[in-house]
Design a protein. Structure first.
Length: 501
């Protein structure tokens, strides 16, 4: 269906793609595999018309093509579901789906009823039970991801590029998406599928193409491949997943959360959190698992002081009651929160690495009321070194880093505050197996140094890998607690499924 020949792309003198070649076959899921920074997303953006400036050529349906923009690519039948959400927050779901593709009446006005009906049908296919008139800004990241998928499905495309389509959606939504992919294969569509979740690829991929450091390494059929062989092709070496080698004994309670409730922002009688209580011990990694809407993110945000007007309950740090009326109070009490959406809430993308790392500790970097450049450089150097952040210099813009390195910058920013309690919301979302392993090592290292760490993740293998103890949340309640030895995927999932389902 589509062939890319010797594609080369440079950014400010840095080669992102170096003579990359690939084929996308019709009626197959073609998995594009590689570490963060391997060039996968850059290549997909070239194929879908986002980048028009590159060397090499693309042959689509036996004809050479060169798209100048995404509209041309879409008109030809190539669409992309972006890893970075590409939605307008203050427009509705319907308006986002039809943006640039509006349906009009014979009189030239917008046919809002017909667009709403189409949007409702698409959301129904994807099992997202939300009013199409809902504003995007009020949706969670996972729900926004589903809307992004709906946008792509609106076009009757021949080539559908999916860049991390499941990075923020729940297990049930993943199964719905896989059913749609099976239907698209039957319709002879060519699907380019990027994911760092290798289990997914073994379920749905027919072929693989491996990129490493901007170059094509190998391609072939997925049949007969193993996890280890795929990982070795991705990184050029074997990777051993970091796990904790010892258990926590006789640890003291570092954080005690008692009867935390959170009111719904719109429905007065509805609670997003219902009398949640738990302890976090010094040096402990506490995993929190739940399906979408369980209240995991809301719990971390409430502890961090983001919803103080709607939150009730008590917090103790090392036995002393603390009052948290704002994130500043939380930081002062030794808490840090690495948010779920690093691009929206964790980074200032148009600022450089140094500035992003220093943002949380500006008071400590002053001399006579002015920022001290030497102190900033020293702090940035320490954390780019300690966390092995791959960057050309600390002046590189955060938006130009790979996902894994962006996440490390967010971690660096919060570790610079010297917290006692580190809360991580989906810490490895959208990053590759090697970058994940580096994040795991960092989490284990910080716990060994005495930090109490809370990890929220929608990936069960991740929760089982890093946690000393696991809490399961359902509909704003904690429904189960397991030690690392007791926890299995089966009993965690049973506890996570609402009883009404």
């Amino acid at each position: 269906m589509l062939v890319a020949e010797n594609i080369t792309k440079k950014f400010s003198g840095v080669t992102a793609l170096d003579n990359v070649c690939l084929e996308l076959h019709a009626g197959k899921v073609n998995a594009i595999i590689g570490e963060n920074g391997a060039g996968k997303s850059t290549l997909m953006k070239i194929l879908s018309g986002v980048y028009a400036d590159y060397d090499g050529r693309i042959i689509y349906k036996s004809n050479p093509v060169r798209f100048q923009n995404t509209r041309q690519a879409q008109a030809a039948g190539i669409t992309i579901i972006h890893q970075e959400l590409n939605l307008i927050p203050y427009l509705s779901i319907t308006e986002n789906i039809f943006l640039g593709r509006e349906i009009t009446t014979p009189w030239g006005t917008l046919d809002k009823k017909q667009m709403r009906r189409h949007a409702e049908t698409l959301l129904g296919k994807l099992k997202l039970r939300v009013d199409p008139d809902t504003q995007i800004s009020s949706l969670k990241v996972g729900q926004q991801q589903v809307v992004e998928i709906a946008k792509a499905l609106l076009i009757d495309a021949a080539v559908i590029i999916m860049d991390e389509p499941t990075s923020a959606i729940s297990e049930s939504e993943v199964e719905v998406l896989f059913g749609l992919i099976a239907q698209l294969k039957r319709e002879n569509k060519a699907i380019a599928y990027i994911s760092h979740k290798l289990d997914e690829l073994f379920k749905i991929a027919d072929r693989y193409i491996v990129l490493r450091d901007g170059k094509t390494i190998e391609s072939g059929d997925m049949k007969g491949m193993t996890h280890d062989s795929i990982i070795q092709k991705m990184v050029g070496r074997e990777i051993k997943i970091a796990r904790r080698s010892h258990s926590i004994k006789n640890a003291k309670a570092l954080l005690s959360v008692s009867n935390i409730s959170l009111k719904h922002p719109d429905r007065k009688d509805d609670l997003l959190l219902k009398n949640v209580s738990f302890n976090l011990n010094k040096g402990e990694i506490l995993g929190i698992f739940g399906l979408m809407g369980a209240g995991r993110t809301e719990l971390l945000e409430s502890i961090f002081g983001l919803h103080t007007r709607r939150t009730t309950g008590n917090f103790l740090v090392e036995g002393k009651q603390i009052i948290i009326k704002s994130p500043a109070d939380a930081i002062h009490s030794g808490l840090a929160l690495v948010p779920e959406d690093r691009k929206k809430d964790g980074l200032v993308l148009d600022l450089n690495v140094r500035t992003n790392i220093c943002l949380t500790t500006l008071d400590n970097l002053q001399t006579m009321g002015l920022l001290n450049n030497n102190k900033e450089v020293s702090l940035a150097k320490k954390y780019t070194g300690d966390l092995k952040i791959k960057t050309s210099s600390d002046k590189q813009l955060a938006k130009n880093l790979s996902g894994g390195n962006q996440q490390k910058v967010v971690l660096a920013k919060w570790l610079a505050t010297k917290p006692r309690i580190l809360m991580l919301d989906e810490p490895t979302r959208g990053i590759d197996i090697n970058a994940k392993n580096e994040i795991y090592k960092l989490i284990l290292q910080q716990a060994d140094e005495g930090l109490g760490i809370i990890v929220v993740s929608s990936e069960l293998p991740e929760i089982l890998t890093v946690s000393d103890r696991i809490l399961v949340m359902t509909e704003g309640n904690i429904t189960a607690e397991f030690t690392a030895n007791e926890a299995t995927e089966d009993n965690i999932l049973k506890a996570a499924i609402p009883k009404t389902i």
